[in-house]
Every structure is written in C-alpha cells, then in structure tokens.
Design a protein around this ligand. Sequence first.
Ligand SMILES: Cc1cc2nc3c(=O)[nH]c(=O)nc-3n(C[C@H](O)[C@H](O)[C@H](O)COP(=O)(O)OP(=O)(O)OC[C@H]3O[C@@H](n4cnc5c(N)ncnc54)[C@H](O)[C@@H]3O)c2cc1C
Ligand code: SF4
Length: 601
Amino acid sequence: MPFVDAEAVSKREYDVIVVGSGAGGGQTAYTLTMEGARVLVLEAGRKYDPTTETAMFQTPDMAPLRGTDTPEKPFGFYDATVDGGWQVPGEPYTQASKDKSQRFEWWRARMLGGRTNHWGRISLRNGPYDFKPRSRDGLGFDWPIAYEDMAPYYDKVEMLVGIYGSNEGLENTPNSPDGCLLPPPKPIVSDLLVQKHSAKLGFPTIACHRAVLTAPLDWKNTPAKLHPGNTAAQEIIARDMRRRSPCLWATPCGNGCSTRSNYQSTTVHLPPALETGKLDIVTDAMVAEVMLAKDGRASGVRFIDRHSGKSMQATARVVVLAASACETVRILLNSKSAQFPQGLANSSGKVGKYLMDTVGADLQGQIPLLENLPPHNEEGASGLHMYVPWYGYQAQKAGKLGFARGYHIEFIGGRRMPQYYTTEGLEWITGGSYGAKLKEDARRYYGSMIGFAGRGEMIPNEHSYCEIDPQVNDKWGIPVLRFHWKWSEHETRQAAHMQKTFAELIESMGGRVRTPPEKDGAKAIARGGSIIHELGGALMGEDPQRSVLNKWCQAWDVKNLFLADGSPFPSNADKNPTLTIMANAWRVADHILDRMRRKEL
Ligand SMILES: Cc1cc2nc3c(=O)[nH]c(=O)nc-3n(C[C@H](O)[C@H](O)[C@H](O)COP(=O)(O)OP(=O)(O)OC[C@H]3O[C@@H](n4cnc5c(N)ncnc54)[C@H](O)[C@@H]3O)c2cc1C
Ligand code: SF4
C-alpha cells in the first residue's frame, strides 16, 4: 500500500481515513499503521519528498534576489513550503471586519507533511498548570485530561522524533524521563550573554527543546518502548532510526532536511508508516465534507481530486480529521445534513468557536560587546539553542502583573550565514555610511544584533472564531472560512510586558534598543494568526452542551469521528503547540485502536 491514485481508493477497504498529513495526521497515520490498522491518508497538497527536493546546500547567493522573501515565498526563496503561504491561489478566506486589529492571518502549506516541512521545531511540553488553567485563575477552560494523561505520549513522541533539551526542574516546565531527550547543542556567545544578564534580572535562560537530532537515535532500546510486544513495528522503526543522520550544524532547517535530521512528517512519520504496507496516501485530494450514514455514523469523506477536479468518495470504519485546526473546522461546518443542519458534530453550536493563536511581540537590540568578534561559525542547529521559560507564576498568583497568563522568550543572535539583509538598516547605529566605511561597519556589527520575541498564552474568548462565509467559495466550489478576531487586555498587557522585559535585558547587556519599547500593548501585539499557532475551534470538554469532543477527541455527536490536530485544544499555553498536537494524536490513535479491537468502532 503506497501512494495511490484518487480513483483507486473507492475499490479498497480501510479501517481509518486520516485527513491531512502534517503533525497531527502524520502521527495518527504512524501510530495506527504501526499497530496494524489499514489507513488512507488524504492530503490536499502535492507529493513532497524532502530527501530529494530540499535545497539544503544552496547558499543565498545562488538564488534569485539572493534568496530574499517575496509575496510568493514569504520565508525566502529556499523555504520548504512549495505550495502555500498567507494566501493560497484560488483558495481564499475572508475577514468579518475591515479593522486590521481584528484580522486573522491564516498560514497554510498545501503539501505532503503540511507545515511540518518548515516549522521552527521548538518542542516544549505543556506543564501541569497548562491543562487546568481555569482551575487556577477562573479564566478560559480546563482540559478534560491532566498532564499525567499526556506525559506517556510526550515521552513516546520525544523518543520517536528526537528532541534536544535539558531537564531543569523548573515550575510548570516538566522534566522528561531519562532517555527521552537528546543532548542540547552548545550555547553560542550571545546565548551565554543573555543567560548571564537574565540571571541578574531574576529569570533563567535554559536549553531550548527542539526537534533536531544532536546525536543518533537510540535504535537499540527505543523501539521496544514505543511499540511494546510488537516486534514487526520495532524492526521497522529501528531500521528507520538508523537511516536518520545527526545534524550537520550547517543548513537552515526551514528549508527542510534531506538527511532527515530534524522532524518533518515526511521524513519521520510517513516513511515507517508506509513501510508497514498498511498505508495508502492520496495527494492532491481536497476533502470537502464528511459523509454521514443513516445510522448517524460517519461513512467516509467526499474529496476533490485536484488533478481532474472530480468529486470522489472514500469510506472507512473511522474518520480522523487532522487538516489543521481551522481547516478541520471548515470541513465540519461544510458537512451539513438533515441531522446536522449547522454542520457536523455541531449540536452544541461550538464548532468554530474559541479560535486561538499565540501572543507575540518583539524587540531588537545591538550589543557593543559582540562587535568585531573573530570570524567563527554560529550556525549551530539552525534555531534556538536556549530560551527563557515563563518565570512569573508566583507574581501572577499574587496579582502583581496585571495579566493572567505567561510567555516564554525566544531570542536569536550570532554570526549566521550572511543573507542579503544581514547588514541592512545599520543607519540607526552608524548614522549612515558609504564605501569603505560601510564595509568596515558591516564587519563590525555583523553578529552583534540580538532579536527577542515573546510567545505567550492567549485566553480563548467569544469574539475570536471562524464560520462559513455565506458568499465565497474556493476554486473547487467549497465554501470558505470567514474570521472574527479580538485580543483581550490580558494579551495586550502581556505584549507590553514583553517589550519592557526585552528592553531591560538589552540594556542590562550594555546594548541599545533598535526602537523604543512599545508601552501600548495593542500596538506591540502581533496580528491574530501571525504566529502560526492556530488552535481551538472544536474544543474537547466534559459537557456535550459546551464542547464538541469528549476527552478522546471523539465527537460527542458522531461516535466514529475523531479530531487529531490543534482544533480540540481548550487552551493555548505559551509552549509552542506541535509537540502537544503529536502527543495528543498518539493518545487518540491508541484509543481508536483499543476501541476497534473491542469492536466498539
Ligand atoms: C514558519 C512556521 C514556524 C513554526 N514554528 C513552530 C515551532 O517552532 N514550534 C511549534 O510547536 N509549532 C510551530 N509552527 C506551527 C506548526 O507548524 C503547526 O502547529 C503544526 O504543523 C500543526 O500541525 P497540523 O497537523 O495541525 O497542521 P499541518 O502541519 O498544517 O498539516 C495539515 C495538513 O492538512 C492538509 N489539509 C488541509 N486541508 C485539507 C483538506 N481539506 N483535505 C485534505 N488535506 C487537507 C494540509 O495540506 C496539510 O498538509 C510553525 C509554523 C510555521 C508555518
Ligand atoms: S541544521 Fe541540522 S537538522 Fe537543520 S536542516 Fe541542517 S542538518 Fe538538518
């Protein structure tokens, strides 16, 4: 069972259809097939193989416009996203308001593996508080599960995918058991400087957790922990782990990794799943709706073959939607029937509600101490080596901060591969220079800049949601989403706090800020959706009247329909969400397997 044509699927029988092949879909397909289920993955994007297609060793000077970003390639010429971005031609989305602050920017990657081909690979566990936020401060929603329910799945995902990091025993920043994490890369000079000065200001700087292999995976011991009692699965994954090479410390992860040294669904989840012989993948298959049988169960899905434009169907015992949070919502809302006139699984009226992104604000600084360093390579693991976890839990509990939830700090400095913009805009320091002086300035200041970015928790609110636009269809005739968005004061105050903190850090390092810290959080905060952590829209909960899914991410209304991306998340902790999406998808897939074995599905 491999990549197949859309026509072929109507003749085959499947246990499970998985819609989408990114973090959620890839993990679901992996877990199900490794344990013997026959799975069909339907993916709207094209086939993509990073091992042959990745422009890994090309340098910016070899690309048009020196590889800089363009509207078609917003993250630069070599970015791994081959079809997608803030806009996808022929597949629009709309905004309910003309007010820019009420827009939701939606990033989509129409390709096998979705956004996992070029994500930042920051992989932080949610902590115990993050599953019970409402119990702590009365805002938002608690998850119907606790950290202890997710922890074994975090362990498994970390061991399978390969995550570097360290255990520090900090509040709400969980340790991983021995054997889960790979060693973190060495800090670079600017990391050490931030660490020294954050300690002076009273907060820690520690190793970041990222999905990059800093060492070979433990293929001898890990397979038995991932698939106890299943020797066939153990052999497949042991073989596959040996084929993944540790990081070369040289090339930008965002372009994809042909040596399979970081996590992409296309290099980590799908190859072993295909090797089981249990997985069929149809690419260019745009799912439009879930079909409902007379008995109220999902019978399968209807999709558009993007090559022929034909409407096709596939059937299975179970349907799992993992098309990314908003797209999953769109499929549900477009699946209308006499039984569900407001969209499938929507008897609560909550499908599309409580959409969330991450709070973002940033500030750049220049640090004289880092000027004129001797030439050296700080490429490292092509992403964060260190970060600042949220440290203000006690201050918040004591009501001292004026906002309810925390943020972590990501920062990037150092002498990285020069880009066309590396020494752009130096006038704010030099006052302007030309000729030999410009070259001298460029050398002097290269590597002395540091950028800080806050990534904070948003509390779900009634004003941030998506619905079907009654007037606009995409080029396949499928109705599109319309977004509503509003930050609350908890988020805007948090963004102002980020600005103040970053300025203090930069000044403590003897540096200067590029722009004055913004005191007005509403001006400092990044637009909704722009941090690309879309979550919510089909919340799991304990009450069928107030949630869409039960704790197994199974629709309250449709027994054999499950969601396995970020749409079930009741909250969006400051921790970047993808590790939790994968851990939750594994948990959900285990439950599906269990119920299928008991013939309950
Ligand atoms: C530049 C960037 C940096 C990021 N950095 C980080 C980070 O450091 N850490 C982190 O945790 N997260 C990060 N993210 C977010 C991360 O990529 C997402 O959280 C994650 O990929 C979500 O997984 P998913 O499976 O829900 O969606 P995706 O990975 O987007 O996969 C969804 C798939 O479903 C397919 N699909 C959509 N609609 C349909 C349809 N109708 N029919 C069939 N298939 C469909 C899509 O084509 C896609 O392949 C980043 C994202 C970007 C873009
Ligand atoms: S830095 Fe390492 S993990 Fe990232 S693309 Fe390069 S080799 Fe792969």
